[in-house]
Ligand binder design. Structure first.
Ligand code: NAD
Length: 362
């Protein structure tokens, strides 16, 4: 049955998906390799090793040229796998000398969150563009200092919110903007997984751990991007079922948000529960996404029968190619530092609310 509001069709072609949402990417197809941006990854843990470095191989506009690591034993494998030159390998002490290295255009900070501000600011002072993983930093003050350092040094700062580069997520953002079903009234979003580790930075307050910054930002983004508004009030509750592991930071955070339009959101995040969904109830319909914040396979449906099911080759490759194009073309980033700051502003209020056991106005 034909439906005028069938604006997003099931789509399995990367060209069609990117053409619909990011025509600039198509320009990159002919970019010569010498025009690629040189990327240096800072921190060679899980995300750099398993996701970002393999994704960089799939990009058109980027090339993995450098690494910054405090673990020299990791270097040989990275040299072999990615052909990293000795002169492009740094440790945390000599990192600032990256300023003199023309091979490196972008420093991608993939460290525990408490280290994001220091390495972003050092990279900016070295004159390098910065891509920084989420959560941007543990505090608003850190985020503001990161934004200022990048502005002062005339470099771009992108936050690694890969989902905002995913056409499936862009689909519900578009519904929030164009309002085919009227205003969003109630949102339910959840992002969590079971983390079996007991001695990781995710369980350390000093290193910026806690479910809220790690996974809660996806639930928060779901509500913010669905309404295209910023919350004016939050009410939050932190809890744990494993107090021996989660005694410094929360294992689970439940938080309610109120938006200026009157829309409400009930959001959940956890290191103890697998969950990954977004439900939006509008004045005249609904939209559901499940999964909502995965690396691939995010998909959903709407009350008028529209399916959201775009296929992309690699989410992180798309993110980095689009961020590279913004640098090449001197255009706006899809997720600039200011967007990371918006989340951390709400995150601070959520922690305050949980600690004081009362609603906090923003
Ligand atoms: P990880 O623990 O696997 O890696 C962290 C890296 O930092 C390691 O190489 C470690 O050696 C290094 N490090 C340096 N100083 C450290 C210290 N004092 N304590 C602990 N580690 C130290 O973590 P990860 O999962 O790779 O996460 C890194 C960043 O990437 C975080 O900000 C995380 O939120 C983000 N991340 C983002 C996504 C995403 O989907 N965008 C997914 C996973 C992780």
């Amino acid at each position: 049955m034909k439906n005028k509001r069938r604006i997003f069709i099931q789509n399995t072609g990367i060209i069609a998906a990117t053409a619909a949402f990011s025509p600039n990417v198509l320009l990159s197809a002919t970019r010569a390799s010498k025009e690629k941006l040189g990327i240096a990854l800072v921190g060679l843990g899980y995300y750099s090793t398993d996701l970002l470095a393999p994704a960089l191989k799939l990009t058109s506009n980027c090339e993995l040229r450098g690494i910054v690591t405090g673990s020299p034993e990791k270097i040989p494998a990275w040299k072999t796998k990615y052909g990293i030159k000795d002169k492009n390998i740094y440790d945390y002490k000599n990192f600032d000398s990256i300023a003199n290295n023309p091979d490196i255009d972008v420093v991608y900070v993939v460290l525990p969150p408490s280290m994001h501000a220091e390495y972003t600011i050092r990279a900016a002072k070295a004159g390098k563009h910065v891509w920084c993983e989420k959560p941007m930093a543990p505090s608003v003050a850190d985020c503001e200092a990161m934004i200022k350092a990048c502005k002062d040094n005339m470099v771009k700062l992108a936050i690694g919110y890969r989902c905002q580069h995913d056409p499936n997520i862009q689909a519900y953002m578009k519904v929030g903007k164009e309002r085919p079903f009227g205003k969003a009234k109630m949102i339910s979003s959840a992002a969590g997984y079971f983390d079996g580790r007991s001695d990781h930075w995710k369980q350390s307050k000093k290193l910026g751990g806690g479910a809220m910054g790690d996974m809660g930002v996806y639930a928060l983004q779901g509500a913010r991007l669905a309404t295209r508004e910023e919350p004016i009030s939050v009410l939050a509750q932190a809890s744990t079922t494993r107090p021996k592991i989660y005694h410094e930071v929360e294992e689970t955070m439940m938080f309610q948000l109120e938006f200026p339009s009157g829309a409400l959101a009930a959001c959940h995040t956890s290191f103890g529960i697998n969950m990954n969904h977004l439900h939006i109830t509008y004045e005249k319909g609904w939209l559901k996404m499940e999964p909502h914040s995965s690396y691939n396979g995010n998909k959903g449906s709407m009350s008028d029968g529209t399916l959201i099911n775009f296929s992309i080759q690699n989410q992180q490759a798309k993110q980095m190619d689009e961020d590279a194009l913004a640098i090449f073309n001197k255009t706006d980033l899809i997720v600039p530092g200011e967007e990371g700051l918006r989340d951390i502003t709400v995150l601070e209020a959520i922690y305050k609310s949980a600690a004081q056991n009362c609603a906090v106005k923003l």
